[in-house]
Design a protein around this ligand. Structure first.
Ligand code: RUB
Length: 310
């Protein structure tokens, strides 16, 4: 796949979900390095930086994207020779993809342990990490059922119910606004994340925070499955996560929208769930309270305030 194809597929959401976006970007940088004809280090670094910039702009919210790009580009920017730079891209991209797959497997093991016989699990959107926990619990023979939301406007819930159904898991499909209606029946909410901030707030698909609020109201545990590369280093400086606002045509038919001259259509793709509504974040390093997000960013991802230009 060319860099332009990858850019298009991420922007159009043919490739979507924070983990997949990150792995695709790492692979895209590796593949792009093979198309660079020059063996001059400066030219190579410039062309790789340009590719990284293009990928960074594809979607603004999923922090896994800049984190993956930083991991792959670190060795390129530090290399003293063209050969070192070329090898750095290949090694770091392969390592990132491998570790990302392993992280999801580890999260699945830890998350599955939170699901017990008789549970009713609600999930929102289509998260590979959250679904991995549910599918692993089912593989272990636990008997439970799932509520999956529709996820307007892009209907990622359709992908979720197909995956759950194919896995043989009893699933109820509901519209997003029915989450509170059914929350009394739900014993556990599991969602994924596009970003976790230093204060433990979780950024995920629009509607997640409403579900968290309902779960809080009915004392239903709300857990988040998130690899450590979903944690956002730049929030150490107080910087906020940009919430992507997508095209209004996803929400309302363009013809109808044109007729409604007094109607302003809004389409934020993600929202923030404050740490108060999050019981646990399951990472590949273990299940942590959201208050430990700072520790993950500092001690595990290795970021300090000094790493940012002031
Ligand atoms: C996807 C979404 C997912 C997270 C986590 O949004 O909100 O819950 O990305 O997914 P979109 P994963 O469809 O707009 O990309 O666990 O697969 O990384």
């Amino acid at each position: 796949m060319t860099l332009a194809d990858t850019e298009k597929k991420i922007k159009s959401m043919e490739i979507r979900g924070a983990g997949r976006i990150a792995r695709t970007a790492a692979n895209a940088l590796k593949e792009h390095s093979e198309t660079i004809k020059s063996k001059d280090l400066k030219v190579f670094v410039e062309e790789m930086n340009a590719a990284a910039e293009i990928l960074l702009k594809t979607r603004p919210t999923a922090v896994s994207l800049p984190n993956a790009i930083n991991i792959v580009m670190k060795g390129v920017r530090e290399a003293k020779t063209y050969e070192d730079a070329w090898h750095a891209v290949h090694e770091s991209a392969d390592k990132f993809v491998k570790e990302s797959d392993l992280a999801v497997k580890k999260i699945a093991e830890i998350g599955a342990a939170r699901i017990k016989d008789g549970d009713v699990v609600l999930t929102h959107c289509n998260s590979e990490a959250a679904l991995a926990c549910i599918i692993e619990a089912h593989r272990q023979g636990k008997k439970f059922e799932v509520f999956a939301t529709e996820v307007r406007p892009r209907n990622q819930g359709h992908i979720t119910i197909k995956t759950l159904s194919d896995a043989g898991i009893k699933t109820n499909f509901i519209v997003d606004s029915a989450a509170r209606f059914f929350m009394k029946k739900v014993s556990l909410v599991i969602v994924g994340s596009d970003a976790v901030t230093v204060n433990g707030a979780v950024v995920n698909k629009i509607g997640t925070s409403q579900i968290a609020l309902c779960a809080h109201e009915s004392r239903t545990p709300f857990i988040v499955a998130a690899e450590t590369y979903k944690f956002a280093p730049k929030t150490l400086t107080g910087e906020l996560i940009e919430i992507e606002e997508r095209d209004t045509s996803e929400v309302l038919d363009e013809k109808m929208a044109k007729e409604l001259s007094n109607v302003n259509i809004r389409n934020p793709a993600f929202d923030f769930t404050p740490s108060d509504y999050v019981d646990l974040i399951i990472t590949e390093k273990g299940a942590i309270p959201p208050e430990m997000a700072y520790v993950i960013i500092r001690d595990y991802l290795g970021w300090n305030i000094e790493d940012f230009d002031r």
